[in-house]
Unconditional design. Structure first.
Lengths: 394, 98
């Protein structure tokens, strides 16, 4: 039986981690993810978990400790945000290339500057090429559910890649909402125990981790890693299917909201999708066929599947909640337009950068984008392909 | 997938690499001659050597083989030429090769 509760996204992450009871949690605090280790420290103090809880001196160290623990054969987790994630940058690539399935909870927050503690995806998007699987959540329920699925995806023998669970800093990490928790025993049964085939502490089989790979090997190693990311797609769907059978909630690469006959659509991530759905509902009342695609899996990116969903759509806006400074659009736009480039049938596509550093994204602002798309769908000039929403300008 | 270090060479296909290029056995460095990195080469002067064995444990790369309580010629396939043995030897029995 599911348990009706109310809690913040951070507490939902900590609760899932308590239920999973990982071998190692290496922690270093940073706003807005600090509550995750804070709640977890209480579980450790209360004897509710058997986890080795390590307080280290930096985020570089917290992920390094996780890498050491995973190489030794443990299930290791950590949490961070913003500059903390950036400080992990070097070791994110190490975890991924060593194929160690660390699970990292990120409460996404803007990067400096100006200095800002509020939400956007500049931290997680900066790590999109690190080799981590990235799953995004709209609310506390989704971040909880993603975490229950995380280890099974990351540790799967055909994948073996680290995984980032991303949620919106403050917006979902601190907002207290209703949630359906699953019972501890059911979660443990679903997640299962971690028994890697090879690990450093397995004395009967000596193991060398992280060898030097000269140019004669490096490219093959990178291809092997890229293929694992491709295989992760199938595993994400398989685990989601088992999750649906076990707990009843459905997940895929993305959520399609009223997309069956949509002429105009927003491709969006995280909590803003909820706002976009409300705007789509209101526009439907006016006879505008509006829909929303909410990306859950950003790595691996579901390009072909997204093409299929958008093929009958006339105009779509990719909503980027990080700047990217490419001078031609944000990272979600780059992925989406890249996926669509050879599609026979595809919508006119624009990029709208919004919500940076916690700037509000309202139903009105979502409607404004939808209305611009309606004009494009009817043959109006596309106008600027890459623009910023609600920016004060002279 | 090739699990034996001796099967890993520059012709290996990506499908045959282990995850993260892990190596599932010990002592595989005998297959890789890393001594070619060396820019300077230590020379052992057998006549001056008192077999005190200070050099062998200080070698960071196990490139001074010891058997029956006596050191033998350097393992130049793996010696990196760091020179620690030169500094350690109290009898000037190790010098740089000119």
């Amino acid at each position: 039986m599911s348990i009706r509760e109310r809690m913040s996204g951070n507490e939902a992450v900590a609760t899932a981690l308590r239920q999973i009871d990982p071998d190692v949690f290496a922690m270093f605090p940073i706003t807005p993810s600090t509550e995750i280790p804070q709640y977890f420290a209480q579980y450790v103090a209360d004897g509710r978990v058997e986890t080795e809880f390590i307080c280290v001196e930096s985020e570089h160290s917290s992920l390094s400790a996780c890498i050491g623990a995973e190489a030794a054969g443990c299930r290791a987790v950590t949490a961070t945000s913003s500059a903390g994630l950036s400080f992990m940058n070097e070791v994110l690539y190490v975890a991924a290339s060593l194929r160690l399935p660390v699970v990292l909870a990120v409460s996404c927050r803007a990067l400096t500057g100006p200095i800002n503690i509020n939400h956007d995806y500049s931290d997680s998007m900066a790590e999109r090429d690190s080799g981590f699987i990235q799953l995004y959540a709209e609310n506390n329920q989704e971040v909880y559910d993603n975490l229950l699925m995380a280890h099974r995806i990351a540790e799967h023998s055909s994948v073996r890649l680290p995984l980032m669970i991303c949620q919106d800093g403050f917006i979902t990490s601190h907002a207290i909402e209703n949630i359906e928790l699953e019972e501890d025993e059911e979660v443990k049964k679903f997640v299962g125990e971690y028994h890697p085939e090879n690990y450093l502490l397995k004395k009967e089989n000596p193991l060398a981790v992280g060898p030097y790979g000269i140019s004669a090997y490096y490219m093959e190693a990178r291809v092997a890693q890229a293929e694992a990311m491709k295989r992760a797609k199938q595993v994400i769907l398989e685990v989601a299917e088992d999750f649906r059978k076990t707990f009843g909630r459905e997940y895929g690469f993305f959520e399609c909201y009223r997309m069956e006959d949509a002429d105009v659509a927003l491709v969006i991530m995280g909590s803003s999708a909820g706002t976009a759905k409300v705007a789509a509902d209101a526009l439907r009342e006016e006879g505008i066929r509006a829909g929303v695609v909410k990306i859950r899996a950003f790595r691996p990116f579901p390009g072909p599947e997204l093409c299929e969903v958008l093929k009958n759509c006339k105009a779509a806006a990719v909503m980027d909640k990080s700047e990217g400074f490419s001078a031609c659009g944000g990272p979600l736009f780059a992925e989406t337009s890249g996926a669509l480039i050879n599609a026979e049938s595809r919508p006119k596509l624009i990029d709208v950068v919004y919500g940076l550093g916690g700037r509000d994204f309202t139903v009105e602002s979502a409607s404004e984008v939808f209305k611009r798309l309606c004009g494009i769908a009817k043959g109006a000039e596309i106008g600027p392909v890459y623009s910023h929403l609600g920016v004060r300008s002279l | 997938m090739k699990n034996r270090a001796e099967e890993i060479n520059e012709q290996i296909a990506w499908q045959d690499l282990t995850e993260g290029c892990e190596i599932y056995e010990s002592g595989s460095s005998v297959l890789t001659k890393t001594g070619e990195w060396r820019s300077r080469t230590p020379k052992w002067i057998r006549e001056k050597c008192k077999q005190c064995l200070l050099c062998a444990p200080f070698c960071p790369d196990a490139s001074i083989p010891v058997s029956d309580g006596k050191r033998d010629e350097f393992d130049y396939d793996h010696c990196k030429g760091c020179g620690i043995c030169l500094k350690t030897c109290p009898f000037e029995a190790i010098i740089w090769k000119q």
